[in-house]
Design a protein around this ligand. Structure first.
Ligand code: NAD
Ligand code: 022
Ligand code: ZN
Length: 369
């Protein structure tokens, strides 16, 4: 069938809105009509050409929501008409990783997903007869996509697509890092570095679990007001504190934080986040994605004295299990998504969404089909 998509034909070129062909779902796959998609950093990172694993032409986008319009042979967990969120971290419940209960990083389709292909090694997208690649197993910048059944979370039907699409990446990444990666407890003290689309969700996760102190750190003073609305108790602008940022934060948290979160992707910040943890037990969670090849450093003393460095992918969430719960939390009014969606655009203006992200003007831009 034909559908409309924003295609990345090459690195560094704006996306082009074109009609493409999408093949129907094969065994174990479903076709989804994407209703809305967020624009996230990693889409731009790949488009910029800086991502060594980026392949073109491709359909970017990984933060969407929509409706199942067709199912392939053997599909049992989904049917036509189901509302779903595509998962760039699938959940097969059968691989070694899923069965371990120790990680959310399902390996069932990892090799082909990383190459922009479906599990059978082919693409479902074509443009003028040429194959177009998938992206992060989702490609939500297309109005219709095909994904494996294990890469779609069924959600309730009364949830608005233009809001819950954000649960497909940013919301789950931020809130999940608090709940599933850090397992932070009520009464804890925390520091969040970077108050953007991820950091603000970390803050609301911390508020939800009953954190005692939530310090926000950002170079952009414009982020203070929104962060306070989401539960931040103290704001620190590093450019006002200077070289003594870590001792300043340790003092502010009465000896160091129980949990810190890097939501910047900056390796200098990652070190500050670790060193601002409390001696003996503080945990620092790396959420930000650093440029390819980057390295982190600290003195081993920091770890020997009990600080812990951890990473978090998709908030440690098991997509098919946890994403529907987060949608419920939104529908029950327990989390705020609406205020984080600062811009809405039609597909034709998707490139403006990237500009807004860079200029620091948006938290999230959402494209509605
Ligand atoms: P964003 O641009 O909305 O927010 C980043 C914030 O960090 C901005 O407010 C910026 O002012 C601030 N910042 C930059 N440098 C800083 C510094 N040196 N000190 C303090 N603050 C600084 O980005 P986002 O959407 O919130 O994403 C944040 C990171 O999370 C990105 O690297 C993104 O790729 C990553 N991410 C990771 C996962 C995962 O599963 N691990 C998922 C989604 C996003
Ligand atoms: C989402 N991300 C950044 C902004 N929005 C993001 C990027 C990468 C990951 C998670 C979120 C990530 C962490 C660890 C991995 N990835 C590797 C997972 C594995 O090897 O099992 C990651 C993921 C997907 C892809 C690449 C890297 C991909 O589909 N190309 C989850
Ligand atoms: Zn993302």
């Amino acid at each position: 069938m034909k559908t409309r998509a924003a295609v990345a034909f090459a690195a560094k070129k704006p996306l082009e809105i074109v009609e493409i062909d999408v093949d129907g779902p094969k065994a174990g796959e479903v076709m989804i009509e994407v209703k809305a998609t967020g624009i996230c950093h990693t889409d731009y990172y790949t488009l910029s050409g800086a991502d060594p694993e980026g392949l073109f032409p491709c359909v970017l986008g990984h933060e969407g929501a929509g409706i199942v319009v067709d199912v392939g042979p053997g599909v049992t967990s989904l049917k036509k008409g189901d509302h779903v969120i595509p998962l760039y971290t699938p959940e097969c419940r059968q691989c070694k990783s899923c069965l371990s209960r120790k990680t959310n990083l399902c390996t069932a389709i990892r090799a082909t997903q990383g190459k922009g292909l479906m599990p059978d090694g082919t693409s479902r997208f074509r443009c003028d007869g040429e194959s177009v690649l998938h992206y992060m197993g989702s490609s939500t910048f297309s109005n219709h996509i095909v994904v494996p059944e294990i890469a779609a979370a069924k959600i309730r039907e009364d949830a608005p697509f233009d809001k819950v699409c954000y649960i497909g990446c940013g919301v789950t990444t931020g809130i999940g890092a608090v709940i599933w990666t850090a397992k932070a407890e009520a009464g804890c003290r925390a520091i969040v570095f970077g108050l953007g689309g991820i950091g603000l969700n970390v803050i609301q996760g911390l508020r939800m679990i009953g954190a005692e102190q939530i310090v926000g750190v950002d170079l952009n003073p414009g982020r203070k007001e929104m962060a306070e609305k989401f539960g931040m108790t103290h704001f620190v602008n590093p450019s006002e504190v200077g070289a003594d940022l870590v001792p300043y934060l340790v003092d502010l948290t009465g000896g160091g934080a129980d949990y810190t979160f890097d939501c910047t992707g900056n390796t200098t910040v990652m070190r500050q986040a670790l060193e601002a943890c409390h001696r003996g037990w503080g945990q620092s969670i790396i959420i930000g994605v650093a440029p390819a090849g980057a390295e982190i450093a600290t003195r081993p003393f920091q770890l020997v004295t009990g600080r812990v460095w951890k990473g978090s992918a998709f908030g440690g969430a098991r997509g098919r299990t946890d994403v529907p719960r987060i949608v419920d939390w939104y529908m029950e009014g327990r989390i705020n998504i609406d205020d984080l969606i600062t811009h809405k655009l039609p597909l034709e203006r998707i490139n403006e969404g990237f500009d807004l992200m860079h200029e620091g003007k948006s938290i999230r831009s959402v494209v509605e089909f």
